[in-house]
Design a binder for this molecule. Structure first.
Ligand SMILES: Nc1ncnc2c1ncn2[C@@H]1O[C@H](COP(=O)(O)OP(=O)(O)OP(=O)(O)O)[C@@H](O)[C@H]1O
Ligand SMILES: [Mg+2]
Length: 231
Protein backbone atom coordinates (compact mmCIF):
# COMPACT_ATOMS: atom_id res chain seq x y z
CA UNK A 1 0.00 0.00 0.00
CA UNK A 2 1.30 3.45 -0.85
CA UNK A 3 0.57 6.47 1.28
CA UNK A 4 -0.75 9.47 -0.66
CA UNK A 5 1.78 12.29 -1.11
CA UNK A 6 1.71 15.16 1.38
CA UNK A 7 -0.12 18.07 -0.27
CA UNK A 8 2.20 20.95 -1.05
CA UNK A 9 -0.55 23.19 0.27
CA UNK A 10 -3.46 22.61 2.59
CA UNK A 11 -5.90 25.23 3.80
CA UNK A 12 -8.47 24.34 6.42
CA UNK A 13 -11.29 26.75 7.19
CA UNK A 14 -9.28 29.91 6.53
CA UNK A 15 -10.94 33.18 7.55
CA UNK A 16 -9.53 36.65 7.02
CA UNK A 17 -10.95 39.88 8.39
CA UNK A 18 -9.69 43.39 7.96
CA UNK A 19 -9.90 46.13 10.60
CA UNK A 20 -10.50 43.60 13.37
CA UNK A 21 -11.95 45.13 16.53
CA UNK A 22 -13.11 48.33 14.83
CA UNK A 23 -16.64 49.23 13.73
CA UNK A 24 -15.59 48.72 10.09
CA UNK A 25 -14.43 45.13 10.68
CA UNK A 26 -15.12 43.09 7.54
CA UNK A 27 -14.53 39.45 6.87
CA UNK A 28 -13.36 38.89 3.27
CA UNK A 29 -12.56 35.15 3.38
CA UNK A 30 -15.27 33.03 4.97
CA UNK A 31 -13.76 29.62 5.62
CA UNK A 32 -11.65 28.49 2.67
CA UNK A 33 -10.58 24.84 2.56
CA UNK A 34 -8.40 23.72 -0.30
CA UNK A 35 -5.51 21.34 -0.96
CA UNK A 36 -2.99 21.31 -3.79
CA UNK A 37 -0.95 18.24 -4.64
CA UNK A 38 2.66 18.48 -5.79
CA UNK A 39 2.83 19.36 -9.52
CA UNK A 40 -0.81 20.46 -9.76
CA UNK A 41 -1.40 23.39 -12.11
CA UNK A 42 -4.44 25.28 -10.90
CA UNK A 43 -6.25 28.43 -12.00
CA UNK A 44 -7.99 30.62 -9.42
CA UNK A 45 -10.69 32.89 -10.79
CA UNK A 46 -13.44 35.05 -9.42
CA UNK A 47 -14.92 38.54 -9.64
CA UNK A 48 -12.98 41.59 -8.54
CA UNK A 49 -13.07 41.85 -4.75
CA UNK A 50 -13.83 38.16 -4.24
CA UNK A 51 -10.64 37.70 -2.20
CA UNK A 52 -8.21 36.12 -4.67
CA UNK A 53 -5.24 38.35 -3.83
CA UNK A 54 -5.97 38.13 -0.11
CA UNK A 55 -5.96 34.34 -0.40
CA UNK A 56 -2.74 34.30 -2.42
CA UNK A 57 -1.03 36.62 0.06
CA UNK A 58 -2.04 34.32 2.91
CA UNK A 59 -0.79 31.23 1.06
CA UNK A 60 2.40 33.12 0.18
CA UNK A 61 2.93 33.84 3.91
CA UNK A 62 2.79 37.58 3.29
CA UNK A 63 -0.37 37.98 5.42
CA UNK A 64 -1.69 35.88 8.27
CA UNK A 65 -5.20 34.44 8.34
CA UNK A 66 -7.49 35.60 11.15
CA UNK A 67 -8.26 31.94 11.85
CA UNK A 68 -7.87 28.53 10.23
CA UNK A 69 -4.98 26.24 9.41
CA UNK A 70 -2.42 26.72 6.67
CA UNK A 71 0.11 23.99 5.99
CA UNK A 72 2.87 24.32 3.41
CA UNK A 73 4.52 21.05 2.40
CA UNK A 74 3.07 19.43 5.52
CA UNK A 75 4.34 22.13 7.86
CA UNK A 76 1.77 24.03 9.95
CA UNK A 77 2.48 27.76 9.79
CA UNK A 78 0.41 29.34 12.56
CA UNK A 79 3.08 28.95 15.25
CA UNK A 80 5.92 30.31 13.10
CA UNK A 81 7.27 33.79 13.86
CA UNK A 82 8.15 36.23 11.07
CA UNK A 83 11.65 34.82 10.67
CA UNK A 84 10.23 31.30 10.41
CA UNK A 85 7.69 32.41 7.81
CA UNK A 86 10.40 34.16 5.78
CA UNK A 87 12.56 31.05 5.86
CA UNK A 88 9.73 28.74 4.80
CA UNK A 89 8.68 31.18 2.07
CA UNK A 90 12.22 31.37 0.70
CA UNK A 91 12.63 27.60 0.75
CA UNK A 92 9.30 26.69 -0.81
CA UNK A 93 7.46 29.49 -2.57
CA UNK A 94 8.00 31.58 -5.70
CA UNK A 95 5.75 34.61 -6.12
CA UNK A 96 4.89 36.36 -9.40
CA UNK A 97 2.84 39.55 -9.11
CA UNK A 98 0.71 41.38 -11.66
CA UNK A 99 3.23 44.21 -11.69
CA UNK A 100 6.68 42.78 -11.78
CA UNK A 101 8.13 44.59 -8.71
CA UNK A 102 11.65 44.41 -10.13
CA UNK A 103 14.17 46.73 -8.51
CA UNK A 104 14.74 49.46 -11.12
CA UNK A 105 18.33 50.25 -10.14
CA UNK A 106 19.50 46.67 -10.59
CA UNK A 107 20.16 44.69 -13.76
CA UNK A 108 18.04 41.73 -14.86
CA UNK A 109 20.75 39.38 -13.61
CA UNK A 110 20.95 41.08 -10.21
CA UNK A 111 17.17 40.99 -9.86
CA UNK A 112 17.15 37.23 -10.51
CA UNK A 113 19.98 36.78 -7.98
CA UNK A 114 18.12 38.62 -5.21
CA UNK A 115 16.33 35.60 -3.70
CA UNK A 116 19.67 33.75 -3.39
CA UNK A 117 21.26 36.77 -1.78
CA UNK A 118 18.35 37.08 0.66
CA UNK A 119 18.42 33.36 1.44
CA UNK A 120 22.19 32.85 1.68
CA UNK A 121 23.58 36.34 2.25
CA UNK A 122 25.64 36.17 -0.93
CA UNK A 123 25.40 35.24 -4.60
CA UNK A 124 27.58 32.21 -5.20
CA UNK A 125 29.05 31.33 -8.60
CA UNK A 126 26.51 28.49 -8.78
CA UNK A 127 23.65 30.92 -8.10
CA UNK A 128 24.92 33.20 -10.84
CA UNK A 129 25.20 30.33 -13.31
CA UNK A 130 21.65 29.30 -12.40
CA UNK A 131 20.37 32.87 -12.84
CA UNK A 132 22.00 33.13 -16.27
CA UNK A 133 20.50 29.80 -17.30
CA UNK A 134 17.04 30.89 -16.13
CA UNK A 135 17.30 34.16 -18.04
CA UNK A 136 18.30 32.21 -21.16
CA UNK A 137 15.36 29.88 -20.58
CA UNK A 138 12.90 32.76 -20.45
CA UNK A 139 14.37 34.08 -23.71
CA UNK A 140 16.49 36.86 -22.23
CA UNK A 141 20.00 35.78 -23.17
CA UNK A 142 21.87 39.01 -23.91
CA UNK A 143 19.65 41.08 -21.60
CA UNK A 144 21.50 40.14 -18.38
CA UNK A 145 22.91 43.62 -17.85
CA UNK A 146 19.83 45.59 -18.85
CA UNK A 147 17.85 47.41 -16.20
CA UNK A 148 14.04 46.92 -16.03
CA UNK A 149 13.44 50.35 -17.61
CA UNK A 150 15.26 49.22 -20.75
CA UNK A 151 13.01 46.17 -21.19
CA UNK A 152 9.45 45.80 -22.55
CA UNK A 153 6.58 44.84 -20.22
CA UNK A 154 6.68 41.23 -21.39
CA UNK A 155 10.43 41.05 -20.89
CA UNK A 156 10.15 42.57 -17.41
CA UNK A 157 7.57 39.96 -16.47
CA UNK A 158 9.85 37.22 -17.79
CA UNK A 159 12.66 38.55 -15.54
CA UNK A 160 10.18 38.44 -12.65
CA UNK A 161 9.40 34.82 -13.49
CA UNK A 162 13.09 33.92 -13.63
CA UNK A 163 13.44 35.58 -10.22
CA UNK A 164 10.45 33.66 -8.80
CA UNK A 165 11.92 30.38 -10.08
CA UNK A 166 15.49 31.01 -9.02
CA UNK A 167 15.35 28.92 -5.85
CA UNK A 168 13.36 26.14 -7.61
CA UNK A 169 10.22 26.62 -5.52
CA UNK A 170 7.93 23.66 -5.04
CA UNK A 171 4.96 26.04 -5.04
CA UNK A 172 4.57 28.92 -7.50
CA UNK A 173 1.95 31.56 -6.75
CA UNK A 174 1.10 33.99 -9.53
CA UNK A 175 -1.39 36.85 -9.07
CA UNK A 176 -2.58 37.85 -12.55
CA UNK A 177 0.92 37.45 -13.95
CA UNK A 178 -0.30 38.24 -17.46
CA UNK A 179 -2.96 40.83 -16.58
CA UNK A 180 -0.69 43.59 -17.76
CA UNK A 181 0.50 42.04 -21.01
CA UNK A 182 -0.56 41.76 -24.65
CA UNK A 183 -1.81 38.36 -25.84
CA UNK A 184 1.51 37.19 -27.29
CA UNK A 185 3.50 38.10 -24.14
CA UNK A 186 0.75 36.63 -21.95
CA UNK A 187 0.96 33.31 -23.81
CA UNK A 188 4.75 33.28 -23.47
CA UNK A 189 4.67 33.98 -19.75
CA UNK A 190 1.98 31.35 -19.20
CA UNK A 191 3.95 28.86 -21.31
CA UNK A 192 7.02 29.40 -19.11
CA UNK A 193 5.07 28.58 -15.97
CA UNK A 194 3.68 25.45 -17.62
CA UNK A 195 7.16 24.41 -18.71
CA UNK A 196 8.61 24.85 -15.23
CA UNK A 197 5.69 22.90 -13.80
CA UNK A 198 6.33 20.06 -16.24
CA UNK A 199 10.12 19.99 -15.87
CA UNK A 200 10.43 20.46 -12.11
CA UNK A 201 7.07 19.29 -10.80
CA UNK A 202 6.42 22.64 -9.12
CA UNK A 203 2.78 23.14 -8.21
CA UNK A 204 1.28 26.38 -9.58
CA UNK A 205 -1.66 28.43 -8.39
CA UNK A 206 -2.43 31.17 -10.89
CA UNK A 207 -4.99 33.94 -10.49
CA UNK A 208 -6.33 34.79 -13.91
CA UNK A 209 -9.33 36.54 -15.40
CA UNK A 210 -8.49 35.15 -18.82
CA UNK A 211 -10.75 32.17 -19.66
CA UNK A 212 -8.30 31.12 -22.37
CA UNK A 213 -5.45 30.76 -19.87
CA UNK A 214 -7.72 29.17 -17.25
CA UNK A 215 -8.59 26.54 -19.88
CA UNK A 216 -4.87 25.73 -20.11
CA UNK A 217 -4.79 24.75 -16.42
CA UNK A 218 -5.57 21.29 -15.04
CA UNK A 219 -8.00 22.46 -12.41
CA UNK A 220 -10.14 25.54 -11.89
CA UNK A 221 -11.05 26.92 -8.47
CA UNK A 222 -13.64 29.68 -8.39
CA UNK A 223 -14.00 32.17 -5.58
CA UNK A 224 -17.09 34.35 -5.11
CA UNK A 225 -17.50 36.68 -2.11
CA UNK A 226 -14.76 34.96 -0.13
CA UNK A 227 -16.03 31.43 -0.64
CA UNK A 228 -15.00 28.61 -2.98
CA UNK A 229 -18.07 28.09 -5.19
CA UNK A 230 -16.62 25.53 -7.59
CA UNK A 231 -13.55 23.34 -7.83
N1 LIG B 1 -5.72 45.92 3.47
C1 LIG B 1 -7.04 45.86 3.35
N2 LIG B 1 -7.86 46.50 4.23
C2 LIG B 1 -9.20 46.42 4.12
N3 LIG B 1 -9.85 45.73 3.17
C3 LIG B 1 -9.10 45.09 2.25
C4 LIG B 1 -7.66 45.11 2.29
N4 LIG B 1 -7.20 44.36 1.26
C5 LIG B 1 -8.29 43.90 0.61
N5 LIG B 1 -9.43 44.33 1.21
C6 LIG B 1 -10.82 43.99 0.78
O1 LIG B 1 -10.91 42.58 0.68
C7 LIG B 1 -11.75 42.21 -0.40
C8 LIG B 1 -11.00 41.23 -1.28
O2 LIG B 1 -9.94 41.92 -1.94
P1 LIG B 1 -8.90 41.19 -2.89
O3 LIG B 1 -7.90 42.21 -3.30
O4 LIG B 1 -8.40 39.97 -2.22
O5 LIG B 1 -9.83 40.79 -4.12
P2 LIG B 1 -9.42 40.21 -5.56
O6 LIG B 1 -10.30 39.04 -5.81
O7 LIG B 1 -7.96 40.00 -5.63
O8 LIG B 1 -9.85 41.39 -6.55
P3 LIG B 1 -9.19 41.84 -7.96
O9 LIG B 1 -9.70 40.86 -8.99
O10 LIG B 1 -9.76 43.20 -8.18
O11 LIG B 1 -7.70 41.84 -7.83
C9 LIG B 1 -12.14 43.49 -1.09
O12 LIG B 1 -13.43 43.85 -0.66
C10 LIG B 1 -11.13 44.50 -0.61
O13 LIG B 1 -11.67 45.79 -0.58
MG1 LIG C 1 -6.43 40.80 -6.81
Amino acid sequence: MTTPPTPILRLTDIHRSYNVGTDVETEVLHGISLALQPAEFVALKGPSGSGKSTLLNIIGLLERPTSGLLEIAGQPTQSLDDAGLTKLRGATIGFVFQFHHLLPAFTALENVLLPSIIAHGTATAAAEANARELLARVGLKGAEYKRPGELSGGMQQRVAIARALSLRPRLILADEPTGNLDTVSADEVFGLLREFNRDHGSACLIVTHDPRLAAGCDRLVELVDGRVVSD
